[in-house]
Design a protein around this ligand. Structure first.
Ligand code: NAD
Length: 348
């Protein structure tokens, strides 16, 4: 295995991990350890080039710094990627990668991301202790989706309070895009709170099942971004809020679980200009990383820790919306500024 340290002005440490004998090329990017060891998942997918894989690792690890800091976690931001088709990954690739993680001596903790399963995390754990998302063990944190959905549900209430003057969701219409792990749990919370649901997924069978379960209306994947509703909850894919889609939105607010909902950094301002209140995704969807953090930090009173951190997320979102109103600017920009201040305070 060859490990090459790459110099980048933006990140603390970036490693290129390569072993031609087993077809392994990947990157580990540690964006920041100012608040604690960097934590963020390991992703495996086919990339067009090494440049594309490196760019993804750099971008995602920076995103983790913001997400972890906004959630008030004593964790920095990191991410790792392996180039290749996840269905063809080998044990030797994972074990070699685990040894590369060990060279960072705990400055980077990995977990599941796209292309990885709890079983893969167990295999990594035979070679490195710097891994979370394990299916079992003393601190195993299990499926993060219910906690992620709970955090989004509470964030939707904060968003409704600021945009509509009441956090009560009884009778409010919420359009949910994506009925996977997070979307389904979110629908349960919303339905229980008396919200009316409009559901969409590319899986029509799933849409029909949940429409019956939650007495909901349905929309096609194309329609869901234009339906009339109080709140849009994106819980599928990233970059769905762009110049074109924002112009067609028919909602008062957006708050959901998908990562990287804004296609570009200008899209926060576009939503703001249209009077649509946007809950920054890396704040609202932090439940998942809070759950993983209990494992990384070996927290004993797990449920209490999760409750406290989720309620801190509500307070942070409340503060972001208030400051955005005072400054007359987009909550997305305020969220980034708040984390930048936290990191600067830490450095001082
Ligand atoms: P998932 O794969 O279980 O569900 C995604 C769902 O979206 C699937 O049902 C899929 O069919 C649907 N979908 C895909 N493209 C679509 C489209 N164009 N229109 C409508 N539906 C579409 O994933 P998940 O774990 O529920 O995560 C959802 C989002 O939340 C992702 O962006 C993920 O990165 C983010 N997220 C998840 C967690 C977590 O705890 N699982 C934590 C933080 C962020």
């Amino acid at each position: 295995m060859q490990i090459t340290r790459l110099a980048t002005p933006t990140h603390e440490t970036v490693l290129r991990v390569h072993d031609a004998n087993i077809g392994l090329t990947g990157f580990i990017a540690v964006h920041s350890t100012k608040l604690g060891p960097a934590a963020g998942g390991l992703r495996m997918r086919p990339y067009d080039s090494e440049d594309a894989a490196l760019t993804d690792a750099l971008r995602l690890s920076e995103g983790m710094t913001y997400k972890n800091a906004a959630a008030g976690l004593p964790l920095g931001g990191g991410k790792a990627v392996i180039m290749g088709n996840a269905s063809q990954k080998s044990s030797s690739q994972l074990l070699t990668f685990a040894r590369a993680i060990n060279t960072l001596e705990g400055n980077y903790w990995t977990a599941e991301d796209m292309g990885m399963s709890p079983t893969d995390m167990s295999l990594l754990a035979t070679e490195t202790k710097f891994v979370a998302g394990l299916p079992n063990g003393p601190h195993a944190s299990g499926d993060p989706s219910p906690i992620t959905a709970r955090g989004i549900f509470e964030s939707i209430k904060v968003t409704a309070k600021h945009q509509f003057g009441s956090a009560d969701l009884n009778g409010r219409t919420v359009a949910v895009q994506g009925l996977g792990h997070v979307g389904t749990y979110l629908c349960e919370f919303l339905h229980k709170a008396g919200a009316k649901l409009i559901l969409a997924d590319i899986d029509q069978k799933r849409v029909a099942e949940l429409a019956t379960q939650f007495d909901a209306k349905t929309a096609t994947p194309d329609q869901i971004l234009t339906v009339k509703a109080d709140i849009l909850a994106p819980c599928a894919i990233g970059a769905i809020l762009n110049e074109d889609s924002i112009a067609k939105l028919n909602v008062g607010a957006v708050c959901g679980g998908a990562n990287n909902q804004l296609a570009t950094s200008e899209d926060g301002a576009r939503l703001y200009a249209r009077g649509i209140l946007y809950a920054p995704d890396f704040v609202a969807n932090a439940g998942g990383i809070i759950n993983v953090a209990t494992e990384v930090l070996a927290i004993k009173g797990r449920a209490t820790y999760v409750d406290e951190k989720l309620s801190a997320v509500e307070n942070t979102l409340d503060r972001i919306f208030s400051r955005a109103k005072t400054l007359d600017c987009s909550p997305a920009d305020v969220a980034v500024a708040i984390v930048d201040e936290m990191l600067a305070d830490q450095a001082a």
